[in-house]
Ligand binder design. Structure first.
Ligand SMILES: Nc1nc2c(ncn2[C@@H]2O[C@H](COP(=O)(O)OP(=O)(O)O)[C@@H](O)[C@H]2O)c(=O)[nH]1
Ligand SMILES: [Mg+2]
Length: 388
């Protein structure tokens, strides 16, 4: 519980929120941001941000976020808003699963007495639900197609890639999943249902990184967090107080407090302006933040993007010496790309023409050339040279 609250906090948009399931009927799309150190601080020249604002040397780089409601057990069979969930997930690079650390949300998303529910169960059934879903995609008419692939002498990668179209599983993720699975690559038609399921699990792991937001941490303690972390294997668990983050961002926007999302604390601008109720609500927030070291909301997104998705920030420029675009704007854009993205693919992201006519990239710090297939260093300022 807390998906919409987390989404609203991260995007600071308003969508309906309520303590019962399916309040959110359409998935809500919004733009959140992750922080990155702005290279302008290395030069002492202020930047001219276009897409990603810069606050005191920190760039806020946009990330698309979708609030997907209504996942209940049985989703792959179409229960709840299951298919909608899975369709949205299909297109996502990764996701944050929000669970109720206080144990007050039942598997159907309804309120329950605090401590009566185990959030680890929600993590486990989502995993099984997702594995069922990928297994089904993988398994449709599997044996027959597998046999014809074997007869034609096609590679198993090609066969699987074709089956998994639409799931946005990249070639690296597919290779990693195959390595991690106990399957005979030469004979997919011999794979048992259990082997296909193991492959589905590995595919999920490799292609849809997940992070657990242990929400409502304001109503829980370190022991509950440890218990959860101990039951979810290697999935990272970040304690969050989504409600607190939303309140703070709104209070900051209203000019009541000074707060940088992701910061460990906040300060009240003018205590005399607060009502008694506001003052005590903010005191309670301050106590939660000092206990957990912040609300955890901003860091949950950043850990997903940086640690799980291995994204890096790139600053494309047209003049690699002055770090400007053609209009003289300094470091106008900041882009997130997976760390291993080849320079030419980054060029396509900047502009199709730059990708098509790519010659080389030039590192704005070292002034060295970077070839089409080479990856760019994190936080690089880069000029893309293309044929006119
Ligand atoms: N105590 C507490 N309540 C929260 C927190 N986050 C969300 N809630 C409350 O939980 C209820 C359900 O939240 P919502 O975001 O709509 O849940 P969703 O159904 O998962 O989208 C709302 O009343 C929220 O205010 C939190 O961190 N702490
Ligand atoms: Mg919701």
């Amino acid at each position: 519980m807390g998906k919409s609250t987390l989404f609203n906090a991260l995007t600071l948009l308003d969508v309906p929120m309520a303590p019962y399931p399916f309040t959110t009927v359409e998935p809500n799309r919004g733009v959140a941001a992750v922080r990155a150190p702005c290279p302008h601080t290395e030069r002492g020249v202020p930047c001219t941000p276009g897409n990603a604002k810069c606050v005191d040397g920190t760039r806020w780089v946009p990330v698309n976020l979708v609030d997907v409601p209504g996942l209940v057990p049985g989703a792959h069979e179409g229960k709840g808003l299951g298919h909608k969930f899975l369709d949205d997930l299909r297109a996502a690079d990764g996701f944050i699963q929000v669970v109720d650390l206080s144990g007050a949300t039942d598997p159907e998303g309804r309120l329950a007495p605090p401590g009566s529910q185990d959030p680890a169960e929600e993590v486990q059934w989502l995993e099984e639900e997702l594995v069922d879903w990928v297994s089904e995609i993988l398994g449709r008419d599997f044996e027959r197609s597998a046999r014809s692939v074997e007869l034609e002498g096609k590679k198993v990668e090609e066969f699987l890639q074709h089956r998994l179209t639409g799931l946005s599983v990249g070639p690296n993720a597919l290779a990693a999943a195959l390595r991690a699975s106990p399957v005979d690559r030469a004979h997919p038609s011999h794979w048992t249902a259990a082997e296909r399921r193991a492959l589905a699990r590995a595919l999920l792991r490799a292609s849809k990184p997940r992070l657990i937001a242990a929400n409502k941490c304001d109503r829980a303690d370190a022991a509950r967090l440890e218990a959860l972390a101990g039951k979810v294997g290697d999935l990272p668990v970040v304690p969050t107080a989504a409600d607190a983050e939303l309140t703070l961002r709104r209070a900051a926007r209203a000019g009541l407090v000074e707060y940088r999302p992701g910061g460990p604390t906040f300060s009240v601008r003018d205590p005399a302006r607060l009502s008694a109720a506001q003052a005590s609500a903010l005191d309670a927030l301050a106590a939660v933040m000092s206990h957990w070291g912040g609300t955890g909301v901003q860091s949950s997104l950043e850990r997903l993007v940086y640690d799980r998705l291995h994204q890096i920030v790139i600053y494309p420029v047209e003049d690699e010496t002055r770090w400007t675009d053609t209009r003289g704007r300094v470091l106008p854009d900041a882009l997130l790309v997976p760390a291993d993205t080849p320079a030419r693919t980054v060029a396509y992201r900047v502009h199709t023409d730059l990708g098509e006519h790519f010659i080389r990239a030039i590192d704005g710090r070292t002034h060295r050339a970077i070839g089409a297939e080479q990856a760019l260093p994190p936080n690089s300022v880069v000029r893309i040279v293309a044929r006119k």
